[in-house]
Design a protein around this ligand. Structure first.
Ligand code: PMP
Length: 402
């Protein structure tokens, strides 16, 4: 399966510093299959016009593609209605939209938002901005030494002031998969809302918002084989209806006068300005690509690669893996005794191997594990065992230098 799949990703066949590229930074962004790149070119060559505004042929074609993409996303995450799919620039903008607009609608001074110690900064800082504006309280849920959410501690954090719980589905560092369905039941029993950051789950496993029982969910196209600059905020219709617009401008209005402006219906109320209609279509093509391969097939392949990499890395003396829960996604964060992760990353790069090093936009998590940074190898549907062997071999070479 791998050779034909790798041929779909021309970028993977290049050399870096005279070595075949081994791209293991997929949690930061995935590479794009030919079909996605070609969809972008084709749209600019044949179907480019601004959407929703024109009566002319091209504008209608572009609008149809954009709205078909919304429906494609709806189907992919099994939302009830396409109007529950708001296009954003990515996960970060989706969470900022929620914190700003949802913060206005649902949160008052003294109300509490629960996040966790394993959150990406994009699921921490927007809530801190809201804290500055409205005086909400942010309560971080601790995690265990294995990197699991501490469910008993979570249960204890709820008070009558808890309004919202905002958690990642999958940690971008530990790979931990949080039990969202179980958490949703807990959250709703307390009369609160649940927002899920699915940036690291959508690329790897089936995400079904109805089955998960979440109220909001966000993800980024570029981490799921789609283009940069497009992402999604899903929200339950009844909740989105209560939220004020996020930005003002074209597209999001019904009528405008200097005295009074009325807003467009969902989801356009949240989509001010010209949307990334080329990106939305290319995202739909990326989702097609994943579904054509089969989400279960992708997940099974990545499971094999992750297990293999875990086993091989574990044989390296002094190597510690962070995040050792049983249900873990295709990412391995680690440190090697006596080698700074930045040195490791830099030296591996000279051998053609792209990993990520640093705090991974999760400084509180680094603090939790008492480290400044970690190295991280993250996998995708095109990652091969041979690449894992190259990683391990290269780490062994680097170790001999220290
Ligand atoms: N949440 C998680 C868990 C992530 O891994 C990332 C990206 N590293 C983000 C949010 C932010 O995504 P984006 O930069 O695409 O907005």
């Amino acid at each position: 399966m791998n050779e034909t799949i790798r041929a779909d990703f021309p970028i993977l066949s290049q050399q870096v510093y005279g070595h075949p590229l081994v791209y293991l930074d997929n949690a930061a962004t995935t590479q794009k299959p030919r079909s996605v790149v070609e969809a972008i070119a084709q749209q600019y060559y044949t179907t480019n016009a601004n959407v929703h505004r024109g009566v002319h042929y091209l504008s209608q074609q572009a609008t149809d593609l954009h709205e078909a993409a919304r429906e494609r996303v709806r189907r992919f995450i099994n939302a009830n209605k396409a109007s529950e799919i708001v296009f954003t620039r990515g996960t970060t903008e989706a969470i900022n939209l929620l914190a700003t607009s949802g913060g206005e609608a649902f949160l008052n001074e003294g109300d509490e938002v629960i996040v966790s110690e394993m959150e990406h900064h994009s699921n921490i800082v927007p809530w801190q901005l809201l804290r500055q504006r409205k005086g909400i309280v942010i309560k971080p849920c601790p995690i265990t030494d294995q990197g699991a959410l501490d469910m008993e501690a979570l249960a204890r954090l709820f008070t009558p002031r808890t309004r919202l719980v905002s958690l990642c589905h999958v940690s971008n560092v530990l790979g931990t998969v949080n039990p969202i369905r179980q958490i949703a039941e807990m959250v709703h029993a307390h009369g609160a809302l649940l927002a899920v950051d699915a940036a690291q789950s959508v690329p790897h496993r089936r995400v079904d918002v109805q089955e998960m029982g979440c109220d909001f969910l966000s993800f980024s196209g570029h981490k799921a084989y789609g283009p940069t600059g497009i992402g999604v905020l899903y929200g339950r219709e009844a909740l989105l209806e209560q939220m004020p617009p996020y930005q003002g401008g074209g597209e999001m209005i019904a009528r405008v006068s200097f005295e009074k402006t009325t807003y467009a219906q969902l989801p356009y109320k949240f989509e001010a300005g010209t949307p990334d209609y080329v990106g939305s279509h290319a995202l739909a093509v990326a989702l097609d690509y994943m579904e054509n391969l089969g989400l279960e097939t992708i997940a099974a392949h990545e499971r094999t690669i992750t297990d293999y990499a875990t086993a091989r890395l574990s044989t390296i003396p002094g190597l510690r893996i962070y995040g050792t829960t049983a249900d873990k996604e295709a990412v391995i964060a680690f440190n090697i005794e006596g080698i700074h992760p930045l040195d490791l990353g830099t030296l591996l790069d000279r051998l053609g191997i792209a990993i990520r090093t640093g705090h991974h936009c999760a400084e509180p998590l680094m603090k939790r594990f008492g480290t400044e940074g970690m190295a991280r190898a993250s996998f995708a549907l095109y990652t091969t065992r041979a690449e894992i062997d190259q990683l391990v071999g290269a780490i062994e070479r680097v170790r001999k230098m220290f």
